[in-house]
Design a protein around this ligand. Sequence first.
Ligand code: NAP
Length: 267
Amino acid sequence: MSSTHRPGDAPEPARFRELLPAPGSTDVDLPRAYAYPPALDRPWIRANMVASADGGAIGPSGRSRDLSSAPDRRVMGVLRGLCDVVLVGAATARKEGYRPVRPREVWSDLRADRPATPRIAVVSRSLDIHEELLTTAPEDARTIVFTAGDAPAERRRFVAEHADLVVVDGVSVGPEHIVNALAERGLHRVLTEGGPHLLAEFVAAGLLDELCLTVSPHLLGAGPPRIVTGGPGTPGAPEHAPASSTPVRMAHLLEAGGNLFTRYLRE
Ligand SMILES: NC(=O)c1ccc[n+]([C@@H]2O[C@H](COP(=O)([O-])OP(=O)(O)OC[C@H]3O[C@@H](n4cnc5c(N)ncnc54)[C@H](OP(=O)(O)O)[C@@H]3O)[C@@H](O)[C@H]2O)c1
């Protein structure tokens, strides 16, 4: 803490230290560190996830927030400020209470010439999505919903009335359908916040460009899933699928408040 900090003051925000590629900097410019590649001509799929030190992705409350922290929320805020669209699986939207993103003053520079907030895009077969997520989004940041052809007809009508509904033929929405629909809408800076089932589908399809992973100083034991998981109910992701390996390189490693912030890019 700095010498100006007095007892009773609010705790000072943790500083971000750069460990890689250039150790030493203690005041990392986060928007610069996490900038998307310039002049994208296709959707760039970045994931932001948090895991415990022993690899678990869901805490005792059934959510990821047990693993989060003020520095992690700061990174999450910057990543949301930088992106055009936040993409999530419906289970994450339900469990974590997703609503339209609220504008933040600190984003004014990051979002110049763009809507004040990124859009939320939800992938769902059941269309069990909180009404507010569909009905309260601003006109320039309408919620997008991806669903399959066999989704319940009545829910489909409701969603189509209030949101941008993309229906894919068949029983499942493939990651390639999502990428194509985002490209058609000019939404190139994509941030997926999971969950583990949706992320597994993007990894399996070879469509994940970047992983921003927070390693949180907790141990969760053997129960919780990893940040990618599959199993019954996830088409194309059998429980014990053969392992495949995609090389990634570390673009940076930061530390704040005992959390590690990794940024990996696909080679
Ligand atoms: N550690 C982290 O960083 C992190 C991040 C996010 C979430 N989480 C945690 O992970 C849990 C939720 O994640 P999850 O892996 O269970 O679920 P998820 O990936 O968020 O969502 C799965 C749901 O998405 C829809 N879906 C996924 N693939 C689909 C496809 N190909 N076609 C059509 N619909 C598809 C289905 O929705 P319907 O059920 O509506 O049909 C499916 O049940 C929560 O506990 C959350 O707190 C952790």
